[in-house]
Design a binder for this molecule. Structure first.
Ligand code: HEM
Length: 368
C-alpha cells in the first residue's frame, strides 16, 4: 500500500469507510492537519448513553477545549516530574519481579507488564491499587469491542465503571488528597475550568491509557528482544543502551497501531485524494514507522539505531501526554527484567501467540 496506494479508502470491520494514511511524511502531515478534527458530533448524531464518558477529554476535543483539558493535567506529566517517580517505579518493578522468582512458567503480561503501569497510574490518580483487576476487565471490554458497537456486556461494564467513578469522586470530595483526581475535582468545583462530564472523560482516558498501552510496550519489547538474541545480548552487556532500545521497540512493534479517528472538517484534496467533509481519516502509525523512505532497513530491529523520529506517540497537538511516563516505565521494566532473569525464554511457539482484538492497541494476550 505504502508504495502503490498510500492513502486507500478502506472498509473497516464495523462497516464504516476510512481513509488510511500509510506513509511517514503523509502521517506527519495528517496528524498536524487542522482540517482533520476530532469532534465527530459536528457531523453525526451521538446515540450512546454513556458516550460522553469517553468523548469529553483532550483526545476527542479540538481547540480551544483541547488546550484547556490537556492543560489541567499536563503539569503532572512533565519529564521533570515523571523523572522524580523513578525510584518508586523501580521499587514496584522489583517487587513484581520478586513475586515471580522461582516460578518456571510465568505469563509475563499478567504478572509483570500489566500490573506495573496500572499500579503507577492508580497511584498518580489516587485510586486504590486493589481495584486494578476490576479496571482491567472494564477497560479491556470497552476498548476491545470488535464491532465498534456497544453490546450488552460492554454496556454493563461501562455502567459499572461509571458507578465506581461516582463513588470514588464522592469519596475524594469528602477526603481530598494529593492525587490527580483531587486536583481535577478542585478544578471542576471552580466551575469554569472543567465540567462534570469532562471530569469523567479525562479520568477515564487516563485510566484507559494507563491500562492499555504501556503493557504492550513492555510485552512487545520483550518479544522483539527474544526474537533477536544478539540484540538482547547487547542490551544485557550495555544496559545504557536502554533509551535507544525502547525507542526502537516503540518503532518496530508499535503498542498503538492506529491513531484514533479524525474527521475532515471540510472537503479538500489531501495527498492526491479528494476527501469529503465528514470523511473518517486514520493514520496507520505502525506503517509510517516502517516506511523505508524514513527508516533505513525498517524491518530490522536494531537497538543502536539512535534517536529515531518514530510516530509511536503520535504527533501534533494530540501527541501522547503520557510519553515520558511510558518511556520511563518501559526502560525500568525491560532493564530490570533482563538483568534479574537473564535466561528468560518464550515458552510457546511464536506462531501460537494470540493477539488482542481491536484496531488501536497492538499486543499479545499472554506472553508465557
Ligand atoms: C495520546 C500512544 C502511554 C496518555 C496518544 C496518542 C498516541 C499514544 C499514538 C495520539 C493518538 C492520536 O493522535 O490519535 C501511546 C503509547 C503509550 C502511551 C504507545 C505507551 C507506550 C500513555 C500513558 C498515558 C497516556 C501511560 C497516561 C497515563 C495519553 C493522553 C493522550 C494520548 C492523555 C491524548 C493527548 C491529547 O489528545 O492531547 N498516546 N500512549 N498515554 N496519550 Fe498515550
Amino acid at each position: 500500500l505504502r508504495e502503490e496506494d498510500p492513502v486507500p479508502y478502506v472498509l473497516l470491520p464495523d462497516g464504516q469507510y476510512a481513509w488510511m494514511i500509510t506513509r511517514y511524511e503523509d502521517a506527519v502531515a495528517a496528524l498536524k492537519e487542522q482540517r482533520f478534527i476530532k469532534d465527530f458530533t459536528k457531523f453525526y448524531e451521538e446515540d450512546m448513553e454513556n458516550a460522553d464518558l469517553f468523548s469529553k477529554n483532550m483526545l476527542f476535543a479540538d481547540p480551544p477545549d483541547h488546550k484547556r483539558l490537556r492543560g489541567l493535567v499536563s503539569k503532572a506529566f512533565t519529564p521533570q516530574l515523571i523523572a522524580g517517580m523513578r525510584d518508586r517505579i523501580q521499587e514496584i518493578t522489583d517487587e513484581l519481579l520478586e513475586e515471580i522468582a522461582g516460578k518456571k512458567n510465568v505469563n509475563l503480561i499478567d504478572e509483570f507488564a500489566f500490573p506495573l503501569p496500572i499500579i503507577v497510574i492508580c497511584e498518580m490518580l489516587g485510586i486504590p491499587t486493589d481495584d486494578r483487576d476490576k479496571f482491567r476487565i472494564w477497560s479491556n471490554s470497552i476498548i476491545e469491542d470488535p464491532n465498534g458497537g456497544y453490546d450488552e456486556k460492554v454496556q454493563q461494564h461501562m455502567n459499572d465503571f461509571v458507578q465506581y467513578l461516582q463513588k470514588r469522586f464522592a469519596y475524594v470530595r469528602e477526603n481530598p488528597g494529593n492525587g490527580l483526581i483531587s486536583q481535577l475535582i478542585i478544578a471542576e468545583e471552580k466551575g469554569d475550568q472543567l465540567t462534570e462530564q469532562e471530569l469523567y472523560g479525562v479520568v477515564t482516558l487516563l485510566i484507559i491509557a494507563g491500562h492499555e498501552t504501556t503493557v504492550n510496550l513492555i510485552g512487545n519489547a520483550v518479544m522483539a528482544l527474544l526474537e533477536h538474541p544478539r540484540q538482547l545480548a547487547l542490551l544485557k552487556n550495555q544496559p545504557e543502551l536502554i533509551h535507544t532500545a525502547i525507542e526502537e521497540a516503540l518503532r518496530f512493534n508499535d503498542p498503538v497501531e492506529f491513531s484514533t479517528s479524525r474527521w475532515a472538517a471540510e472537503s479538500f484534496e489531501f495527498k492526491g485524494k479528494s476527501i469529503s467533509k465528514g470523511d473518517l481519516v486514520i493514520v496507520v502509525l505502525n506503517s509510517a514507522n516502517h516506511d523505508p523512505n524514513q527508516f533505513k532497513d525498517p524491518d530490522v530491529f536494531d537497538i543502536t539505531r539512535g534517536k529515531s523520529r518514530h510516530l509511536a506517540f503520535g504527533k501534533g497537538i494530540h501527541a501522547c501526554l503520557g510519553a515520558p511516563l511510558a518511556r520511563l516505565e518501559g526502560e525500568i521494566a525491560i532493564n530490570s527484567l533482563i538483568q534479574r532473569y537473564p535466561n528468560i525464554k518464550l515458552n510457546i511457539d511464536k506462531n501460537d501467540l494470540e493477539w488482542r482484538s481491536g484496531m488501536i492497541v497492538r499486543g499479545v494476550k499472554e506472553l508465557p
